[in-house]
Design a protein around this ligand. Structure first.
Ligand SMILES: [Zn+2]
Ligand SMILES: [Zn+2]
Length: 296
């Protein structure tokens, strides 16, 4: 079986490309059986808009409207393609400041979202994965790389404990511009504590292939993946696509990692039962044997 529980489209995200329906069609074409739609949570302060959104003179209310349209379109696609692929309608979170928690809860309720990808892309309100410059600015503001990493895992803990997202998004995204940085044992312990909290409520940890292109390895690192599975955690796959052609991106590298690390017994997927309106996570033993993997 092949699937991804972390996807974006240019129809509803200014730093992505392609229509959402093209994403779904591409996923069907490469024989994905399950697809999680997880457009970014709309940011609610004008200071949090990214340059490409500012150039278009967008306001936070526009992002909020766009997200509403995303859910409507997702529901249409979920019904239209239900015989061919199991689609989950969800959202990728943010933790820019504590108010985000209430906003996430409100959006999940309002749209009856099936699941959340629990990610953070900011530390103390500053973007950490937007550009090397924005990361360096964050380091300057907080003093050291160590403090940025420490604050990242502290804020991730807030998100994980308060929201309990079904999927933990790119757990160590903080490493994107400092892949070789060795954080202190204090930071590593904080990261491990987050993993344990998420395991306790049954989260799936995505092995996110977007990292292969950026830093030559998935998010999270193999070391962290090892810790997750040895602690009894469940993994899933995601391509974090931002265009139809990203669907299944770097899944051949992923297959290599899965084989090398013997991860197959730990791979799970999410399935939404529309009739019963329930979400369940199920194991996929020997998932790489599925013919879909031959093309990646
Ligand atoms: Zn994105
Ligand atoms: Zn993300």
């Amino acid at each position: 079986m092949a699937f991804s529980f972390h996807t974006h489209s240019g129809q509803f995200c200014m730093h992505a490309s392609g229509q959402l329906e093209e994403i779904v069609k591409r996923a069907i074409e490469v024989e994905f059986t399950h697809l999680g739609l997880s457009e970014h949570k709309p940011r609610t302060k004008s200071g949090d808009l990214y340059p490409e959104e500012q150039e278009l003179l967008l306001k936070p209310t526009d992002l909020s409207d766009l997200f509403d349209s995303y859910v409507i379109e997702s529901r249409r696609l979920q019904a239209k393609y239900e015989d061919r692929i199991n689609i989950l309608v969800g959202m990728e979170t943010e933790y820019i400041r504590p108010e985000c928690i209430a906003e996430i809860r409100q959006l999940k309720r309002k749209h009856a979202l099936e699941y959340l990808v629990g990610s953070i892309h900011h530390v103390d309100g500053m973007p950490i994965d937007f550009s090397a410059d924005s990361f360096a600015e964050c380091e300057r503001a907080l003093g050291t790389t160590e403090v940025v990493f420490r604050r990242y895992y502290a804020q991730q803990r807030e998100l994980i404990t308060q929201i309990e997202p079904e999927v933990i998004g790119h757990l160590d995204k903080i490493a994107v511009f400092r892949p070789d940085f060795k954080p202190s044992s204090h930071v590593i312990e904080a990261m491990k504590k987050n993993v344990k909290i998420a395991i306790d409520y049954g989260a799936l940890f995505e092995v996110n292939t977007a990292g292969y292109a950026k830093i030559g390895r998935p998010y999270p690192s193999e070391e962290i993946i090892k810790f997750i599975v040895s602690s009894g955690g469940k993994l899933t796959f995601s391509d974090d696509c931002h265009s139809p052609l990203d669907i299944g991106g770097h899944y051949s590298n992923l297959a290599e990692t899965v084989r090398k690390m013997n991860l197959e017994p730990h791979i799970y997927y999410l399935e939404y039962d529309k009739q019963a309106q329930t979400l369940s996570s199920k194991p996929v033993p020997r998932c790489l044997e599925h013919k879909a993997w031959k093309q990646f």
